[in-house]
Design a protein around this ligand. Structure first.
Ligand SMILES: [Zn+2]
Length: 119
């Protein structure tokens, strides 16, 4: 579709107007490059932010993890009978309870034993 007469006139005015020829060649390219660089910097900052958040989350996760003196599943299995019969010391019992909270397998097993013992 050919441009309207007014459109053509305005384009001619723009190209002949000194205000529009002041930009040295390459300005647009420089602008494009700088905006690309800015975008790259933003992406870099985002990556740093994500890594930082992940590291912080990892520290929180580590802090939330119980100490490595926790019972193993085998130890819990070994203590299960005494635990269900409530013959364990409070300390041992706490250890088993703590293991139950983070081990679905042992928790389910002990739950089963408890309900069997309750019958
Ligand atoms: Zn376990």
């Amino acid at each position: 579709m050919p441009p309207a007469d007014g459109e053509t006139w305005r384009q001619n005015e723009m190209t002949t107007d000194p205000r529009w020829s002041r930009c040295p060649p390459g300005t647009l390219r420089q602008m494009a490059d700088s905006s690309r660089n800015a975008r790259r910097t933003r992406r870099g900052l985002l990556a740093v932010g994500v890594a930082g958040a992940a590291a912080a989350a990892g520290i929180v996760w580590l802090a939330g993890q119980p100490q490595p003196v926790e019972l193993t599943c085998a130890q819990v299995d070994h203590l299960a009978d005494a635990y269900v019969a409530k013959r364990l010391s409070q300390t041992r019992r706490d250890q088993v309870d703590r293991h139950r909270r983070m081990c679905a397998r042992c928790d389910a097993r002990l739950r089963q034993m408890e309900s069997a013992a309750a019958v």
